[in-house]
Ligand binder design. Structure first.
Ligand code: SF4
Length: 205
């Protein structure tokens, strides 16, 4: 089974085409938003593990879960020394969003930790830079099911080897691949091809 990067889940949530371009076609470009996100993660990444009030804070934790077919790097894992409980913590540049993709990404991290340690991970947290607050996330059965369903969708997209056609939307303005993807141009090309086909059908009739 192909191992999928945890970051593919986030890219898929943003745009399935972006996910395929990055993870199958190895296209990458940096814009202001990805640079900001990278800077935030680099700040989180730096620093040795530290222990405060019985909790060990492990940064940039590499995970690889064979059965799930997922691997990646977690921003932080809090390890409660007295109980052995593990809690993934993910840092986000923006603020909480109405869709719960951030929760799904965090839950996928928890599933990786569970597979690797054999321990139940029942809670994690999202930390939002813009609103500077930490949101506890419980890994309920429904969130777990939803996360597994998303992992299956991403796997099927990437294993298909197909790159979906662009669907232009306001999210494209924030996409690091806008220049390379050219969603407006491709849409125009497809419309032109469609009209040409219609004319052909009419003249053949
Ligand atoms: S420009 Fe738009 S359609 Fe193209 S990859 Fe980015 S978000 Fe997707």
């Amino acid at each position: 089974m192909r191992t999928i990067s945890l970051s593919a889940l986030q890219h898929y949530a943003f745009c399935p085409r972006q996910c395929a371009l990055i993870h199958n076609e190895q296209v990458w470009a940096e814009n202001f938003l990805t640079a900001q996100g990278r800077a935030l993660h680099e700040r989180v990444d730096s620093g040795e593990p530290e222990t405060r009030k019985g909790i060990r804070f492990e940064r940039s934790v590499h995970v690889s879960a064979e059965a799930l077919g997922l691997s990646g790097i977690l921003d932080m894992v809090e390890h409660e020394l007295a109980t052995g409980r593990l809690k993934p913590v993910e840092y986000k540049r923006g603020k909480p969003k109405p869709e719960h993709w951030d929760e799904i990404q965090l839950c996928a991290q928890a599933l990786c930790l569970e597979e690797m340690t054999g321990k139940t991970v029942d809670e994690g947290a999202l930390w939002y830079q813009q609103t500077r607050h930490r949101e506890p996330i419980l890994f309920s059965d429904s969130l777990r099911q939803e996360t597994l369903a998303v992992i299956a969708k991403v796997r099927s997209l990437l294993e298909s080897g197909e790159t979906p056609l662009p669907v232009y939307g306001k999210h494209c303005k924030a996409c690091s691949l806008l220049e390379l993807c050219q969603p407006v141009l491709l849409k125009r090309d497809r419309s032109a091809a469609y009209i040409a086909a219609l004319y052909r059908e009419e003249s053949d009739a």
